[in-house]
Design a protein. Structure first.
Length: 281
């Protein structure tokens, strides 16, 4: 069977759909050889690569309740909407002092260097710090210092790093999961209008960048539209909806994934599908 490189996009709370995809892969005894994640994809992928089980990850989503601090005073004087102390405490608990180079599955987190504006592939060092850097959405999370550089959300430079996976494992089957889906189907409508505008503007930018990239880096791109899940739905209900959507879309694509990997079906090994495909839902 061929190796599998799994690419998990950013998308804030919509990224819980990645759990659904991983759940289906596990059900079919498929384990990625490489996970490349951006933002929420880095959080889910990093925890999974470090050995967290799907049930543990599903239970963990409850830990995000109460992390948000959506007051004007907090924004003005602390510079972000998410309580950094609570995030750091949660990450310390869940990641511990795990080094990224020691994870069970090879893992790469994508972050953006705030000085150069360029993409950075984080592969070594404290896993919790690298994931924190990848998810540091401006105005929501604080920037993260690693070494002599500061990093922010990887989605600003490469929200769907299919090219990274292809470069690192050129002979592997690359399957990517884009949880933002088609922008027109899921424009954010929030009570906080400034936050609504920021999120929508960021989504437009990241999706335009993805659409401009060649689609031949991935053998299969699964596009998950989630109009009923807001990017700010960091709660149990929102997470459950997103996970279910991930399960549905992964089930729709599992036969294609198996064919690409060369899994045996009815005693016969399927030939590789040469043309990359994109499945939306």
């Amino acid at each position: 069977m061929k190796k599998l490189a799994l690419v998990l996009s950013g998308g804030a709370a919509k990224g819980y759909a990645h759990l659904g995809v991983l759940k289906v892969l596990e059900r079919h005894h498929i384990k990625p050889d490489l996970i490349v994640g951006t933002s929420m994809g880095a959080l889910v992928g990093g925890l999974y690569a470090a050995g967290k089980t799907i049930p543990e990850l599903e239970k963990l989503v409850a830990g995000f309740n109460g992390i948000g601090s959506f007051s004007l005073i907090s924004t003005l004087f602390r510079g972000n909407l998410i309580n950094p102390d609570k995030i750091k405490k949660l990450f310390k608990k869940e990641f511990g002092d795990t080094l990224q180079e020691n994870t069970d599955i090879k893992f790469v987190a994508i972050a953006t260097n705030i000085r150069t504006g360029g993409e950075t592939r984080l592969t070594t060092g404290l896993l919790r710090e690298n994931v924190m850097a990848s998810i540091s959405i401006p105005a929501m999370f604080p920037k993260v210092k690693i070494g002599n550089s500061y990093y922010i959300d990887g989605g600003l430079s490469n929200n769907l790093p299919e090219d990274v996976a292809r470069e690192l494992l050129p002979d592997a089957v690359v399957v990517s999961v884009d949880v933002l889906g088609e922008y027109s189907k899921q424009v954010e409508k929030l009570r906080f209008k400034t936050l609504e505008n920021v999120i929508n503007a960021s989504t437009i930018m990241t999706q335009r960048i993805i659409n401009l990239k060649p689609n031949n880096f991935a053998d299969l791109r699964i596009v998950i539209s989630q109009p009923r899940v807001s990017q700010m739905d960091f709660n149990k209900t929102g997470a459950e909806k997103s996970v279910r959507k991930g399960v549905i879309m992964a089930n729709k694509n599992i036969d294609t994934i198996k064919k690409l990997l060369g899994c045996e079906t009815n005693g016969k090994t399927n030939k590789k599908i040469n043309n990359p495909s994109q499945v939306k839902g």
